[in-house]
Design a protein around this ligand. Structure first.
Ligand SMILES: [Fe+2]
Length: 245
């Protein structure tokens, strides 16, 4: 019999993003096609010691007459700066990603409507679609790099499905003291918005609730004003400096 995954006591809901630097929101419900799209994703070839399937599309976004417009940017490798991601398979490494097969505009719009962003600005948005599976062969490691910041202005984790899993608790951490300021096991259709310049974040591993297999499907949405975009040749050049591969 396996030991239950220990989860910390959950904190009371934050007051507001403006006062706390993080907040919890409800996401739009996913339709059948959107939910099923999680079943058709390729393995992350850069992280084969765990069972993670993934897609990514990067967007240009702006708001006009209160309508958000998100246009896919040309496909590029995904590059996270070595400055923020201290994991040799990820930090400063251009990683190959297949693009999303559904349009996540309604999800991004819900997030933007709940962030203190200036709607006159232009934006760069990454939408990562991720499934982490736990089974007989693979542990349900959700964040192998440990507590980290993503290197964006805002980071969002939204849970789409939790199938036969426990664990996967999201933690918001004060970087100077490593004090956990907030922790919550996000429910389906719940998202946490984080000021990525102020906090680091982490999520505990998942384990199967019954039997041996389960999975957790999430969206990770990363947002920057266009002038601070983490996209394009200049960003990739700066982010890969000092990387060993
Ligand atoms: Fe992250």
């Amino acid at each position: 019999m396996k030991a239950a995954v220990k989860c910390g006591e959950e904190f009371t809901q934050p007051m507001s993003f403006e006062s706390d630097g993080y907040s919890i929101i409800e996401m739009p419900e996913l339709n059948h096609e959107e939910l099923a799209s999680f079943n058709k994703m390729p393995r992350d070839r850069h992280s084969l010691q765990r069972h993670r399937t993934i897609r990514l599309t990067q967007y240009f976004g702006y708001c006009e007459t209160n309508q958000w417009i998100f246009a896919p940017l040309p496909k590029r490798h995904y590059v996270q700066s070595l400055e923020y991601i201290k994991l040799s398979e990820a930090g400063g490494v251009p990683r190959y990603r297949e693009q999303l097969q559904i349009d996540p505009s309604s999800l991004i719009a819900r997030v933007m409507d709940n962030l203190p962003v200036d709607r006159a600005e232009l934006f760069h948005v990454n939408v990562n679609q991720i499934r982490v599976t736990v089974n007989k062969t693979f542990k349900g490691v959700t964040v192998p790099e440990g507590p980290h910041r993503d290197g964006h202005e805002y980071s969002v984790i939204a849970v789409a499905t939790r199938h036969n899993v426990c664990g996967g608790e999201t933690q918001v951490i004060e970087p100077k003291t490593n004090h956990i300021v907030f922790r919550k096991t996000l429910a389906e259709n719940e998202a946490i918005l984080i000021d990525d310049e102020r906090y680091i974040h982490f999520a505990s591993n998942i384990e199967a609730s019954h039997g041996e297999e389960g999975y957790r499907d999430i969206w990770v949405i990363e947002i920057n004003r266009w002038k601070n975009r983490a996209y394009g040749p200049l960003h990739d050049l700066t982010s890969c400096k000092g990387a060993t591969k």
